[in-house]
Design a protein around this ligand. Structure first.
Ligand SMILES: C[S@@+](CC[C@H](N)C(=O)[O-])C[C@H]1O[C@@H](n2cnc3c(N)ncnc32)[C@H](O)[C@@H]1O
Length: 199
């Protein structure tokens, strides 16, 4: 397990209640009409579970994965408070195999590991939906992030060739000092998974 990542994120979650806020991502909420709430969902790097809980509230049987036990236990307690059921797993995504053809919905918010892209695509069932949002290269104006931690322009839609883009945006908000891309895409019914050679 990447002990440094675990310690870093545990410390962040210890020092702040709801780092990313309690509210689900506006992109996810705005596109909820495209999500039928049936079947199994996976929230990659769930953090404190703001989007995991939202997916559960739509009716999905949701699994959330994260390296931070502090973040995950906060998500579990928020789920209990809201009388929602979620399943959680504390795991290092550097060494994580997403089960193939398993998920009706995969969420990935503000976590970027390009080695997971093929596994994400393969993990969706035909007709399954991916919702992804994270920082873009424009965000480097506002932060000291390394370039490899952010998306290049149009990188997200080009990274999932087996998915049909339902909606996509790239946003630069100087007033909030943030820049990010958001995607919602659906796996074609007849897409054949490629061999997953990376994870
Ligand atoms: C910016 S937070 C995003 C949390 C959540 N997706 C959200 O949008 O509210 C990034 C998350 O990635 C998790 N993370 C970082 N490295 C990880 C790794 N190697 N394996 C699993 N989770 C990791 C952190 O613990 C943290 O919860």
């Amino acid at each position: 397990m990447s002990l440094k990542d675990k310690e870093k994120w545990n410390a962040k979650y210890d020092s702040s209640i709801c780092l990313a806020g309690r509210e689900p991502s506006p992109w996810l909420v705005d596109h909820a009409h495209l999500l039928d709430g049936r079947g199994k969902a996976l929230d990659i790097a769930m953090g404190e579970g703001r989007n995991t809980l939202f997916a559960a509230s739509l009716g999905y049987d949701v699994w959330g994965v994260d390296i931070s036990d502090v973040g995950v236990s906060r998500a579990e307690s928020l789920a209990r408070q809201n009388k929602l059921t979620i399943h959680t797993q504390i795991a290092d995504l550097d060494h994580y195999k997403i089960d193939e053809n398993t998920y009706d919905l995969i969420l990935c918010f503000y976590f970027l590991d390009r080695r997971l892209f093929k596994g994400i695509q393969n993990g969706l069932k035909p007709g399954g939906t991916l919702v992804f949002e994270t920082f873009t290269v424009d965000h480097l104006k506002y932060s000291s992030f390394k370039r490899e931690w952010v998306l290049e322009k149009n990188e997200l839609p080009e990274s999932f060739p087996g998915l049909k883009i339902l909606d996509y945006q790239e946003v630069d908000e100087p007033e909030n000092e943030t820049a990010y891309a958001s995607l919602i895409a659906r796996k074609e019914q007849y897409f054949m998974n490629e061999e997953n050679d990376t994870k």
